[in-house]
Write a protein that binds this ligand. Structure first.
Ligand SMILES: [Zn+2]
Length: 248
């Protein structure tokens, strides 16, 4: 069975840049996983929560509900501090992700680009760096060797993609996104489902209109940048993130 692992920073990131593709590949029989580093406890929109802990619990539940809409086989929210990923221990965070990659053994990984997506949120940039190094280090026997003492083995994921876009938000400073090298046509049904997945994040309801407008503007295409591959190549334009991927 083919496996896809998507690594994000906040509950709701899974729907925005990745939701249509996650659904598309689940519908094709790919086992999909989402790892979200923070429970989103620093959000401006708090859905009536009286403390960070209450908001974190609420957003963890919303994340699971979004994962059900997106037909994710397994979604996990870790416990890193929202709005603080640039101040956590770098080595420990990469180690956490490396261990999960060695367990899940994905064929393809997705994450955000180092620019931090259209919002340029520092957490987005950090998750990009953590996930990129974890992608590379999970396959090396001399990185985090202690993980390899109890049955885990190194794992080389065949491809790593960053989500990307062809526009900047009009009212924000522009970002420098990675160039588009892959276009996944998700179809109108999955576009509607992706919007429905975002709306499971009810604590974030003040953002629904903005999100829906942006999602409809992007339309039925999700854009990616091939950032690394186990099969060195010149850059082709792809329409399938599993193009050339071998089942093991
Ligand atoms: Zn986010």
């Amino acid at each position: 069975m083919l496996r896809l692992l998507c690594i994000t920073a906040h509950p709701d990131d899974e729907a925005g840049g990745f939701g249509g593709s996650l659904l598309f590949y689940a519908s094709r029989g790919v086992e999909t996983h989402v790892l979200c580093l923070t429970p989103g406890q620093a959000a401006t929109n708090r859905g009536g929560a009286r403390s960070d802990e209450e908001l974190a619990a609420k957003r963890r539940a919303e994340f699971q509900s979004s994962c059900r809409v997106l037909k994710i086989a397994r979604g996990e929210v870790l416990n890193y501090p929202d709005a603080g990923l640039d101040r956590v221990d770098f080595h420990a965070a990469v180690g956490d992700l490396t261990e999960r990659i060695r367990r899940i053994r994905p064929h393809v990984m997705l994450t955000i680009g180092p620019e931090g997506a259209v919002t340029a949120h520092p957490d987005h940039s950090m998750v990009s760096l953590f996930a990129t190094l974890a992608y590379h280090w999970a396959g090396r026997g001399n990185r985090f060797p202690k993980q390899l003492q109890n049955g885990l083995t190194p794992h080389r994921t065949q491809k790593l993609y960053y989500s990307t876009t062809l526009f900047s938000l009009p009212d924000r400073q522009p970002v420098s996104p990675p160039p588009v090298t892959a276009i996944v046509e998700i179809g109108s049904e999955f576009l509607e489902e992706k919007i429905r997945a975002f709306k499971q994040h009810t604590s974030q309801s003040p953002l629904f209109q903005l999100f829906e407008g942006m999602a409809r503007k992007r339309g039925t295409r999700e854009l990616f940048h091939l950032a690394a591959t186990t099969a060195p190549r010149q850059m082709p334009m792809e329409t399938d993130l599993f193009e050339g991927v071998k089942e093991d």
